[in-house]
Design a binder for this molecule. Structure first.
Ligand code: CTP
Length: 471
């Protein structure tokens, strides 16, 4: 197969010329080849050379112009050039061999074939030639092209060997399966089942990187189901694994919260690429197993799972080395509030309840509504129609009140500073009491959201707790 049509970018010709001058064979390899064949855009080009990758990179860079910077990673024998929005990485072909007395591989210079043998999947082990005599031809020793067409993830060597070289590849398998909509071949899948526990030796950052890529797949549930089937879920996300299963008492069972969760995640994924909203979907019911109760009168309940869930988000983010910043707070807020719109819709929808929700949700209100709508996974169509209709009313009311009261990023018209000035107070408990009372009165609709009403209300409240206005 010829890929010359995809090699129009002048960089390939330059690499080919410089490699020829060095008397070394060069090839494009890995993800770039896979993505070209899939018709996906890719900005990372890996060049493997039977010789020194660093020397080739330096020669290519000087051909490209004076200002091209070569970043050299001496320890790895690699070098990187950034050119016209592309990252081109050069590496010398390597061979790894294992001695019986050591787990540490011996890494030596090798051929293209040796390099292809060490790659993770057949679809990632293809190369195309940059050499004069067969420029653009595909070198595909493991049938990667066929696997691409059949949509199969398969290791080039015995999967136990490929996974033992780098256990992260097991996560990569489920990530690629979800990302590309592929199936993991049987022997490869069985090897993941056998070796899954070895993921424990891989750094959290690398695992989480794969997890995030999987979360951004068109249907992340494909990856989660593979993780569950292989046991990777238990190793990587034990809290999500704990959502599995249906307990029954006296013939009454609850829904399987794992399948519910990944359904909600897929529904959210159909509507947004926001990674953190997707994380909120994954974690919205995370505390359910911890608060689950059964009683004859009420059946199964999960009271307080949203409050406990909010706290768990922090622990999970810390454990997975996800950022402990405003992204985490956003996820926490969505988890904490995820029941509110539905509860609102169940009762009579009052202005004050809407105001309160707007105040608490702030800028996350639209994402919260999206999450809550995705959370309706009932099989009972009548119920679904009823909920969605109620949500429509909530949305309508939210827009109406927001227009009137501008509560999204609202601060009450009388601040703590003003309270201290009016009553000649230092920061103290009483200031907080008055401030809260003003906020609550506005949210409840007892007074209007303006300075005069808030000021008069403040005076009345101060009198109630025996605070005298400054003369
Ligand atoms: N690779 C590997 N084992 C790994 C990671 C990477 O064999 N644990 C090889 C694969 O051949 C892969 C190439 O290195 O195609 C480049 O890896 P990377 O850039 O991480 O992934 P891509 O396959 O390019 O995919 P993506 O850009 O989606 O991460």
């Amino acid at each position: 197969m010829q890929l010359s049509g995809h090699l129009e970018n002048p960089i390939f010709k330059i690499v080919a010329d410089e490699a020829r001058k060095l008397g070394a064979e060069a090839f494009v390899i890995g993800g770039y080849v896979r993505d070209i064949l899939l018709g996906r855009e890719s900005k990372d080009i890996d060049i493997v050379v039977a010789g020194s990758g660093i020397e080739l990179a330096q020669n290519v860079a000087s051909k490209l112009g004076k200002n091209i910077l070569v970043t050299v990673f001496k320890n790895f024998g690699t070098a990187m050039i950034h050119h016209n929005g592309l990252d081109v990485e050069f590496v010398g072909a390597r061979k790894e061999s294992y001695r019986a007395d050591s787990r540490k591989p011996l890494v030596e210079n090798g051929s293209l074939e040796d390099d292809q043998n060490r790659r993770d999947f057949t679809i990632n082990a293809m190369a195309f030639s940059l050499n004069e005599f067969d420029f653009g031809s595909l070198i595909d020793p493991f049938g990667g092209h066929h696997d691409l067409e059949k949509k199969i993830i398969r290791t080039p060597l015995e999967p136990d060997i490929t996974f033992s070289d780098d256990p992260l590849r097991m996560m990569r398998a489920v990530r690629f399966a979800a990302q590309l909509g592929f199936t993991i071949e049987e022997k490869t899948l069985a090897a993941i089942q056998r070796n899954g526990k070895r993921l424990a030796i891989v750094s959290k950052e690398r695992i989480t990187d794969e997890l995030n890529k999987m979360m951004l797949a068109p249907f992340p549930s494909d990856g989660f189901i593979y993780m569950q089937e292989t046991g990777l879920l238990e190793v990587v996300l034990p809290w999500v694994a704990a959502l599995q299963g249906v307990e029954k008492i006296g013939g009454s069972g609850h829904k399987d919260n794992f399948f519910h969760t990944i359904k909600v995640l897929d529904r959210v994924a159909q509507r947004t690429d926001n990674l953190w909203l997707r994380w909120a979907a994954l974690l919205h019911d995370i505390a359910k197993p911890l608060v689950k109760k059964y009683s004859e009168e009420t059946g199964w309940t999960f009271h307080g799972h949203e409050v406990k869930g909010e706290r768990m988000v922090h622990d999970i983010f810390r454990e997975l080395k996800l950022p402990l910043n405003e992204k985490m707070k956003y996820v926490q807020k969505l988890v904490l509030l995820h029941l509110r719109p539905a509860r609102l819709a169940e009762d009579e929808i009052t202005d004050s309840a809407i105001r309160r929700l707007l105040f608490e949700a702030g800028d996350t209100i639209d994402d919260l509504m999206l999450l809550c709508e995705a959370d309706i996974t009932s099989k009972n169509q009548q119920k679904v129609i009823k909920y969605l209709k109620n949500f429509e009313i909530v949305r309508h009311k939210l827009a109406e009140i927001e227009q009137k009261d501008k509560l999204r990023n609202w601060q009450p018209p009388v601040t703590g500073e003003m309270i201290m000035q009016t009553f000649d107070l230092q920061p103290c408990r009483e200031v907080g009491i008055i401030k809260n009372a003003i906020r609550e009165a506005i949210l409840d609709g007892k007074i209007e959201n303006n300075y005069t009403e808030a000021f008069n209300f403040m005076i009345d409240e101060a009198k109630k707790i025996n605070i005298i206005q400054k003369k």
